[in-house]
Design a protein around this ligand. Structure first.
Ligand code: GCW
Length: 716
């Protein structure tokens, strides 16, 4: 009997340790594992043993709870909550107006912190040394607590602390393309997180963890529903569910937004028109908006996709995008809500160049939008390709606050199977110079509002989150969620700094792990560009599902859905001439930008085929002909995936086996798919160039016919 008990006890122990060590990625970058470096751990333990919480509200309690969870994990000890400072080890959290903190001499710091920022300093309170985490708002205190935890998670020195941080963008919003039936458009990480059928009664604990993760990187808004919208979400039955989610998110400083289907007045309102100038329609939206605010008093507003890809919109009634946006804006204004009106439009009639359409429709409307309207522009003019030049609208609408739309879900970047760290892509666009007000008119300054003095500013990321246990499908896809939030907060951070933070928090503080992983993360986007769309190729993927290469595809119902429309390969060369001799899309940029791209000699080689039809024999800076360079670029992509795979496979000692194997198997798929892209594209383009592939490049293992015949009926 006794022996059995011992065995059971032993079993329980080993189960416990199994579960304690198993890592499935659920905890994201908020793992709070006990700090391994013993010296550092002791310093931290001495610095932090007592927490004094000023205030008692849902937000302050969320901050307190996180701090406790984080510190107890990181320090491996219980934290005590005192009401007065002890001799050492104090951390005080609270707004600057709270009793213990209002005497501090931090006026200037508070001005710098602004509405949402925070301050972390070492000072004395009631004559005792204290670490103070404070802010003007409770939300700022919450962000400060996450930031303090991050210092410990990333093993930073906290001997002296003098931190003031405030977000550069006002709106830092995830766009979920989640449908009410729980499918996710372009979602590769399972079904939607929102269990609509169980809401509002059942609150999945994940909702809170999702909110924590967002708050930890400063994300302060979520659009719950797909831009290809269903009006049903605006019915009372669903608004009650939305309100339940909003209640979970509120303590984490997150506002809820919805997508508004333009034809909702007809579909759920019983009207015969959705004409934005019709008085009944206006009244319907006013009442609908008031109803929403009864359910959700701090509702953020609407995101709208109109007259694009078959969605209804104001143009159905011969009205402009401004008429549509303003009508909704008027309904939202009394409640302080906003409209985010998307510029990703292309109408039924295929234009001469899809590149130009958004600009053509929106640039003339600059200055015609209400104050609470933002125009949300995708980073590039086509559609989230692995590399695009920045969208010309960023340099063309000074009177309108423009919001950036990045895509975290990797629709054109290998789904969530390929390891691609997107921060270099985001930074490339943010750092691009529009020359709108002379040199230095960076896209980042346009969207943070500083270039044209807008108080509304923001960045949206199309979410890559689903109900997969690890949220994003690929363990490394979490880095894109993280990077998005960090950049929306502070776009001056480098891709290197963000990768460093993320690796340390998500995996390990061991330099032997950090350095190689960071290196391949930083290269991963260029690697993907090389094996998919080097030298400015774009939109050559499989039709509809967008999985894999299909540069030959030419059967879509409209020309500008076909890869052949975009690469225009022929026996002379390849690429889309968008110079004055071609579609003249370049005229949409300021002259300085135009002149760089217009001239084939000065056009950066990574953008060549975006703007030029380049002869196969054209010499590039490497000395190679264009054809040979194309071959080498594809090959380099494959080689670099293999290097990445090899590096990862050598890192088993530093990662738990679950996540290690997950990444390992995915990298292997990525390697095979990179080979597939290279072979399929080179074999196809060779039918035009009629030139040999250089000898030092691995030969394709299949024929072009084989690749063309591949079908993917259930590709997500
Ligand atoms: O990227 C394309 C996608 C569509 C998407 C659309 C958009 C939501 O292929 O699935 O629809 O853009 O951004 O509206």
């Amino acid at each position: 009997m006794k022996k059995n008990l011992v065995i059971i006890a032993l079993l329980l122990c080993s189960f416990h340790s199994f579960f304690a060590f198993a890592e499935d990625g659920y905890d994201l970058w908020l793992r709070y594992k006990t700090i391994e470096n013993k010296t550092l751990l002791n310093t931290y333990k001495q610095a932090v043993s007592n927490i004094i919480v000023e205030g008692n509200s849902p937000v302050i309690n969320a901050a307190k709870e996180e701090l406790q969870r984080g510190l107890e994990g990181l320090l491996g000890k219980k934290i005590s909550f005192a009401s007065t400072p002890a001799y050492t080890g104090n951390v005080i959290i609270g707004t600057a107006s709270s009793p213990k903190l209002k005497g501090l001499n931090i006026r200037n710091k508070l001005i710098e912190a602004g509405e949402e920022g925070f301050i972390i300093i070492k000072t004395t309170v009631q004559n005792k040394p204290c670490i103070v985490i404070t802010a003007n708002s409770e939300k700022g205190v919450l962000y400060g607590c996450f930031s303090f935890l991050q210092l410990l998670q990333t093993n930073k020195n906290i001997q002296s602390l003098e931190i003031v941080s405030s977000p550069l963008m006002k709106l830092r919003i995830l766009n979920h393309w989640d449908n009410l039936n729980r499918t996710v458009e372009r979602g590769y990480a399972g079904f939607s997180l929102w269990k609509w059928h169980l809401l509002p009664s059942y609150i999945d604990p994940r909702y809170k963890d999702y909110a924590r993760a967002n708050a930890s990187v400063g994300i302060n808004g979520v659009v719950l529903t797909n831009v290809n919208a269903s009006a049903t979400v605006l019915t009372p039955m669903y608004l009650e569910k939305v309100a339940a989610l909003a209640n979970v998110f509120r303590p984490y400083g997150i506002k809820v937004y919805l997508t508004a289907r333009f034809s909702a007045p007809i579909e759920i309102g019983g009207l015969t028109t959705a004409d934005p100038l019709d008085e009944n329609v206006k009244r319907w939206w006013k009442n609908k908006v008031s109803e929403i605010y009864k359910f959700i008093p701090d509702f953020g507003g609407f995101l709208v996709k109109a007259n694009s890809e078959g969605q209804p919109g104001p143009q159905d009634y011969n009205r402009s995008h401004a008429d549509g946006a303003n009508m909704l804006a008027d309904a939202l204004a009394p409640h302080n809500g906003i409209v985010m009106w998307r510029a990703f439009v292309y109408s039924h009639e295929a234009p001469d160049d899809r590149f130009k359409q958004a600009y053509n429709e929106f640039e003339p409307l600059d200055g015609k939008f209400r104050e609470n309207v933002m125009v949300q522009v995708k980073n590039g003019p086509i559609d989230f390709q692995p590399r695009e030049p920045f969208h010309p609208l960023f340099g063309a609408m000074p009177k309108t606050p423009l919001m950036m739309e990045f895509q975290l879900t990797q629709e054109y970047l290998g789904f969530s199977t390929h390891l691609v760290y997107e921060a270099p892509l985001f930074k490339e666009v943010l750092n691009a110079d529009t020359y709108a007000k002379g040199k230095g008119s960076y896209v980042s300054k346009v969207i943070d509002g500083s270039l044209n003095n807008h108080s509304l500013s923001g960045m949206a990321g199309v979410a890559n989150i689903g109900d997969d246990r690890n949220w994003c499908g690929h363990p490394f896809a979490q880095a894109n969620w993280f990077a998005f939030g960090r950049l929306a907060w502070n776009h001056h951070l480098t891709e290197n700094e963000i990768a460093d933070e993320w690796i340390r928090m998500t995996f390990s503080n061991n330099e032997k792990f950090i350095s190689p992983v960071k290196q391949f993360m930083l290269q991963s986007r260029e690697t993907l560009v090389n094996y998919m769309t080097p030298l400015g190729l774009h939109h050559i993927m499989g039709y509809n599902h967008h999985y894999g290469p299909a540069p030959w595809y030419n059967e879509a119902p409209r020309a500008d859905w076909n890869p052949v429309y975009f690469h225009k390969a022929d026996t002379i060369g390849i690429g889309f001439d968008r110079t004055a001799k071609g579609s003249n899309a370049l005229a949409q940029y300021k002259p300085e930008v135009q002149s760089i791209f217009e001239n084939i000699k000065t056009c950066p080689e990574e953008f060549l085929l975006w703007f030029h039809h380049v002869p196969w024999q054209y010499r590039l800076s490497s000395g190679n002909t264009f054809w040979n360079e194309l071959c080498y670029k594809y090959n380099e992509g494959v080689t670099n995936v293999r290097k990445m795979e090899k590096t990862w496979n050598g890192l088993t000692a530093y990662v738990d086996k679950e996540r290690f194997n997950h990444v390992k198997t995915y990298l292997h798929i990525q390697e095979q798919e990179a080979v597939w892209w290279k072979n399929a594209c080179l074999l196809y383009f060779q039918t035009f160039s009629r030139l040999p592939v250089p000898n030092d490049i691995e030969k394709p293992d299949h024929t072009l016919e084989y690749y063309k015949a591949l079908e993917f009926p259930f590709a997500p």
